[in-house]
Design a protein around this ligand. Structure first.
Ligand code: HEC
Ligand code: HEC
Length: 400
């Protein structure tokens, strides 16, 4: 016994030997974080000039219905580009929690339910959401047209700005569903939609410049790879026990995989309805919405309608298998973006871990896209294991 205690405490040449082969392989797959994949549906995704325009649009309150709200109202740099609230509040309180936009560029599906398939088409929705910015595309395009600085920036990228000042053809306010929009000529609606989609493309370019890493965890993995025992102190012993659990026995790896700590897929993890909460169909509805979205990757405003976006839209699962499924969130920067889950129900990481730790009792879920059966997601976790997992999750925050 004494001998095994001694062996257990002996200084190891490096941390690699504390992990099983599978755990080590999984850990190494989480880092480094590569640059975001290209977005061929947006020719301007990596244009610095587009990013400069997008940056202005992102915090421009004058595009909102009340002149007081912008993207930055809810995606605040000081809150890890989320808002710190359980449920988002723009013109009114919505039914979902604001996710961070850090690392969003790694996704193929946007929103908790994946109802858009690009980051530029995502950006077009909050502008018209009556609970968020509450505006309309015609007003927004006309506002950009009237602003010398914005119009010039637009023209330098996308070419001549369409002439939209004929009030008989372009009403002050019009969006799909409104009477004024229905009364417009199809070609004028296209003119607005084209300019509107370009504004989304500029916003995506800006969002892509916001780095999601690196974090202390990445320094740790670099040290593991290099066999640099000194560098392995980048994270605490508790965090190391946490990463071992995460990549091994605790099964988190099943969904929170790869450098973003997300499989990019949708799962129903069995969260019970809160008192008074309406059932949210999640991905089941998101599938119908993304197929119908005029701004999707195969639509008239995509710069790559025959590319990979086409395959992704063609091979969607049956919505009936996706009820209550939400996108696996990235865990990068997770400590900076409390509260948690699609409805912001857990105020702290401790709350999240308490839910998972109940194991069989609470975490039964349908592993949509992984396995078509109901299985236990996570084994029972002790208090110490929960604390270790939290210590690990805290090492994923950039610049800490
Ligand atoms: C009122 C608060 C609010 C405003 C304003 C707002 N958002 Fe969001 N944002 C949210 C919420 C809530 C979600 C998730 C909604 C859902 O899943 O249904 C979200 C989701 C997102 C996502 C998806 C992230 C992901 O990983 O899927 C991006 C990107 C984003 N917003 C960017 C923007 C941009 C760009 C604007 C401005 C045009 C904007 N948001 C305005 C609250 C807001
Ligand atoms: C079956 C897939 C799956 C497994 C296994 C899983 N998760 Fe998750 N995780 C998700 C999904 C999906 C969500 C979002 C659920 C929702 O909002 O309805 C989530 C949410 C989270 C969040 C909240 C993040 C945020 O931004 O709101 C944290 C933290 C988290 N998981 C950590 C873990 C840990 C730690 C483990 C292992 C103990 C684990 N997860 C196991 C799929 C999974």
């Amino acid at each position: 016994m004494l001998l095994s205690a001694l062996v257990g405490n002996a200084a190891l040449p490096d941390d690699r030997s504390t992990y099983s082969r599978d755990e080590l392989a999984a850990i190494l797959r989480h880092s480094p974080l590569p640059p975001p994949p290209a977005d061929p549906t947006n020719r301007f995704a990596d244009s610095p000039r587009a990013a400069a325009l997008g940056r202005v649009l992102f915090s421009e309150k004058n595009l909102s219905a009340n002149g007081a709200i912008s993207c930055a109202s809810c995606h605040q740099a000081s809150h890890g580009f989320a808002d710190g609230r359980a449920l988002a509040k723009g013109l009114a309180v919505g039914s979902r929690h604001t996710p961070t936009i850090l690392g969003a560029a790694y996704n193929h599906w946007y929103f908790w339910d994946g109802r858009t398939d690009s980051q530029w088409s995502q950006a077009l929705q909050p502008f018209e959401n009556p609970l968020e910015i509450g505006s309309d595309r015609t007003f927004i395009v006309r506002s950009v047209a009237r602003n010398d600085e914005l119009r010039k920036a637009y023209q330098a990228l996308f070419g001549a700005f369409p002439s939209v000042d004929d009030r008989a053809r372009f009403p002050a306010h019009a969006r799909p569903g409104s009477h004024a929009w229905g009364a417009m000529r199809a070609e004028d609606r296209d003119t607005i939609d084209r300019a509107y989609s370009n504004l989304g493309k500029a916003i995506e370019a800006y969002e892509r410049t916001l780095p999601a890493g690196p974090a202390p965890f990445d320094r740790y993995v670099a040290a593991l790879r290099a066999g640099d025992a000194a560098g392995e102190s980048a994270i605490s012993p508790a965090a190391k026990r946490g990463v071992k659990l995460f990549a091994g026995a605790a099964n988190c790896e099943l969904c929170h995989s790869g450098p973003t700590f997300s499989d990019g897929q949708f799962h129903n993890i069995g969260l019970p309805l809160l008192p008074g909460e309406k059932a949210d169909p999640g991905r089941a509805r998101g599938i119908a919405l993304v197929r119908a979205d005029r701004f999707n990757g195969i639509g008239p405003f995509s710069d790559d309608p025959a590319g990979a976006a086409k395959d992704r839209l063609e091979f969607l699962p049956s919505p009936a298998t996706q009820v209550g499924a939400f996108k696996t969130p990235s865990l990068r920067n997770v400590a900076a973006i409390a509260p948690y889950m699609h409805d912001g129900r857990f105020a702290t990481l401790g709350g999240v871990l308490d839910f998972y730790a109940k194991g069989k009792a609470a975490s039964r879920g349908r592993l949509v896209g992984v396995r078509e059966t109901t299985v236990d997601l996570v084994p029972h976790l002790s208090s110490r294991q929960k604390a270790d997992l939290i210590a690990f999750l805290r090492t994923l925050t950039r610049g800490n």
